[in-house]
Design a protein around this ligand. Sequence first.
Ligand code: ZN
Ligand code: ZN
Length: 175
Amino acid sequence: MQFNTYTVAGAHVAVWLVNHPAADARDLTAALRRHDVHQPAAAADDALALRPWAARLREVFAADTAAAKAELADALLLAADCRPRLVSHGAGEPFHFHYAPVGSGLAARVRALTAAGLAHVIDGGGGTRLGACTRAGCGVVFLDTSRNGRRHFCTVRCANQVNVANHRRRQRAPA
Ligand SMILES: [Zn+2]
Ligand SMILES: [Zn+2]
């Protein structure tokens, strides 16, 4: 599956939201703009309104099985009132999905976009690629775009910490 399409952008936005639970309006706007979200200007209220949503998104990444992720993501589609439409912004402009009307407000649009993004990844068979770092206490989530899709850690740093700890544990263990 391809991970750089606009269809999957919502999953990348979801990752960002979960990993920046205290983001302010400026950070949120910048993140949305990076992912080509229409009219990305967020207000302080939008940033606040999305905090509980980020907690719900996290549950999808943290769930143990692909089936559990799918059930949680499906519930998010309903909760976000996600209603895909095909929209073009002018004659000759490409048609693409919008998941909530622009008029429904930024927080509502981001809820719909992120729910749809996770659903698209799962629909493409990539549910297990919605992951969370397995280092205890880290909590960073990611969309695993690696070739084999077997990523366990958010960064090489977390992987190294766990590897070093495991190595020490083995050395301490009685022969
Ligand atoms: Zn558009
Ligand atoms: Zn980590």
